[in-house]
Design a protein around this ligand. Structure first.
Ligand code: SAH
Length: 228
């Protein structure tokens, strides 16, 4: 029997391809590293990560590390994708804003768990390539546009979750404003060299901030990020 989710996102039918074993091993590594969210693990077992990296790297796609995707940017390490997605606590009703879509892999993972993902990527070539990958995989509940994501995307606010996949000096204020009550914003904050993963939850009265440890992301560049 197929669920609504399977119909909405064909990626949910686990592909048997030459990378299926590598994908299972990647997920075993995530479990060893402490990821417990079964829904996230299940989705990462299904989404063909090798489709999100440039050709020369396809054989490296399932290692637990970041990889170059061009324009001096990287596809995030699988562990970080898993951790950030778990912290977002997505449900089939969630409307998600993603800043720094890059390859589109995190977009695809979130789209498999949420109602809709609005992705923003500041580099036009990456945004276009990521959108092509989503189309090829028939992921129809996500879109990626090219602009400065630090200002958010007010048109579709409020969001249930906001994921920022690049590290900035502060929590961008417009993003906090675009969270609905109960909404979660997951964002790396720190210097250009290292950051702390922060989750900001919006409550009736204000916000609650939690710290999930050190991390290293590429720079968040924009009005509420680094200058360049
Ligand atoms: N989740 C992506 C991560 C890509 S790296 C993946 O796994 O492929 C982070 C991305 O953030 C880069 O592509 C970079 O261009 C983008 N970025 C940096 N600052 C941004 C901003 N202000 N708005 C939108 N994208 C931004």
């Amino acid at each position: 029997m197929s669920s609504d989710r399977d119909r909405q996102n064909p990626v949910a039918a686990a592909p048997v391809d030459r990378y299926a074993r590598a994908r299972n091993r990647m997920v075993e590594t995530l479990i060893d590293r402490g990821i417990r969210d079964e829904k996230v693990l299940d989705v990462m077992r299904r989404i063909p990560r090798h489709e999100f990296v440039p050709e020369p790297f396809t054989d490296k796609a399932y290692g637990d590390h970041a990889l170059a995707i061009g324009s001096e940017q990287t596809i995030s390490q699988p562990y970080m994708v898993a951790l950030m997605t778990s912290l977002c606590e997505l449900t089939p009703e969630s409307r998600v804003l993603e800043i720094g879509s890059g390859s589109g892999y995190q977009t695809a993972v979130a789209a498999a768990l949420a109602r809709y993902v609005y992705g923003i990527e500041r580099i036009a070539d990456l945004a276009r390539e990521a959108m092509n990958r989503l189309r090829k995989l028939k992921i129809t509940n996500a879109t990626i546009k090219c602009f400065d994501g630090t200002i958010g995307w007010s048109e579709h606010a409020p969001y249930d979750a906001i994921i920022v996949a690049a590290g900035g000096p502060v929590v961008p204020e417009p993003l906090v404003k675009q969270l609905g009550v109960g909404g979660r914003l997951v964002v790396p904050v720190g210097t250009e060299k290292s950051q702390t993963l922060i989750r900001v939850t919006r409550t009736e009265r204000g916000t609650v901030e939690e710290d999930f440890g050190g991390c290293i992301f590429v720079k968040l560049i924009g009005r509420y990020g680094f200058e360049k």
